[in-house]
Write a protein that binds this ligand. Structure first.
Ligand SMILES: [Zn+2]
Length: 406
């Protein structure tokens, strides 16, 4: 999958090079092509066959391009913009009490993480789809649908712990740094280039919502997240409990076409976590079920009953380089559609893209779209505003004490 993505990116690079009036052959990078075009005024696209010599000189300057770098402040800025895009896509539940509860559990966990000082923000997305997304800088999103399936606070801690680790280990940043679309010039900064920021936001959103992480990152998040939940005092089996619920949810699927149906990845994942809990002797016991039930009263919606939107219409706007890149990737993805999907290992990736699709098509206006994943492509609410929660240390301490957490 990664190899396909790189080919697509290289194609996108060429497209932009040409649009800028440069023929860059096998194109060293977007950033160089754009800089060169600016510096030299560019040439007409019709002359591109005569530009091979210049293409070589551009290639020599490839070392002036570097992978995306960012300061902590820029990570915040990027995360804030990505969160805004996720919130715009799914909407935010405008319920202060639910957000306060989520923030208390999330903050209790984050305090024990390697980046306790991040301005952690926990957001409930207004959709029936079951999902959770972590954006850089400490923005953790979980859907109303996921909260409805979760049975107790230890399960919630398992899911939030997993997402917190994606942030602390900078999984998303490392993933997008591999993308040529966000390479930067030697003198460029993320906060100083709105075009670069726009590309980075799009690449990050795409990584988090559309592609998911690789198996290595997912395993790391499972293992470190479970350890973090245990350290906070929650039964480490919480994540196992929730993933088992997800597994059962997908047993109802009759089609054997999706990732989940054809690969034993969920069972591998559960086995791996269970072994880890035994090997590391993780023995915390709090589940705090009554408090969860008191605060979260959402009812789950079956996969087949989730209203969806056309995945093509739900995503990203803009006619820039990344949109071109996305088009190229979509074309590749369409070609590959019938192959077993091995990428991705996140919450949404563990559910079949098969089962409910035909029924889904009947409940959506756009209908019929192949590859609709009801959990990811679920219809969302219309209000993207963050529900602010103000917590002081004493609030978190009291919350932990009430729940029997150390
Ligand atoms: Zn994950």
């Amino acid at each position: 999958m990664m190899r396909i993505a790189i080919v697509a990116l290289a194609l996108a690079g060429m497209t932009v090079g040409l649009a800028e009036g440069r023929a860059v052959g096998s194109g060293p990078s977007l950033a160089v092509a754009a800089n060169e075009a600016r510096g030299e005024g560019g040439v007409e696209g019709g002359e591109q066959l005569g530009q091979i010599g210049k293409g070589v000189s551009v290639a020599r300057k490839a070392n002036e391009v570097r992978d995306l770098q960012m300061t902590d402040a820029e990570e915040q800025e990027l995360g804030a913009e990505v969160s805004a895009r996720i919130r715009t896509r799914y909407g935010v539940v405008q319920d202060a009490a639910v957000h306060r509860y989520l923030a208390l559990v999330g903050t209790a966990l984050a305090q024990g993480s390697t980046r306790p000082a991040l301005p952690w923000t926990f957001i409930v997305l207004d959709t029936d789809g079951v999902n959770a997304f972590a954006a850089p800088g400490g923005y953790v999103h979980i859907t109303r649908g996921a909260l409805a399936l979760i049975k107790n606070e230890a399960e919630l801690a398992g899911v939030l712990g997993h997402e917190i680790i994606h942030v602390t280990e900078k999984h998303t940043i490392r993933a997008i740094q591999k993308s040529k679309a966000v390479q930067m010039g030697a003198a460029e900064t993320l906060s100083g280039s709105s075009a670069l920021m726009e590309r980075a936001v799009t690449a990050t959103y795409d990584n988090i919502v559309e592609r998911g992480f690789g198996r290595g990152e997912e395993n790391e998040s499972d293992e470190m997240g479970v350890t973090l939940a245990n350290k906070t005092g929650y039964a480490p089996s919480g994540l196992v409990g929730f993933l088992t619920t997800l597994k059962d949810r997908n047993k109802a699927s009759t089609e054997k076409r999706g990732l989940f149906a054809s690969h034993p990845e969920m069972q591998d994942r559960l086995d791996r976590i269970t072994k880890l809990i035994a090997a590391k002797k993780l023995t915390a016991t709090a589940t705090v079920q009554p408090r969860y039930a008191k605060n979260i009263t959402y009812k789950p919606v079956a996969v087949t009953a989730i209203a969806t939107v056309d995945p093509g219409a739900a995503g990203l706007a803009g006619g820039d380089a990344v949109a071109e890149e996305k088009k190229a990737e979509d074309a590749k993805a369409a070609e590959k559609k019938e192959e077993p999907k091995k990428r991705g290992f996140g919450l949404s990736r563990m559910v079949p893209t098969g089962g409910g699709e035909k029924k889904q098509a009947q409940v959506t206006a756009s209908g019929g779209a192949r590859g609709v994943d009801p959990e990811k492509d679920s219809k969302g609410g219309s209000n993207p505003a963050v529900v602010a929660v103000k917590l002081v240390a004493a609030d978190v301490a009291a919350f932990k004490k009430e729940g029997g957490l150390p």
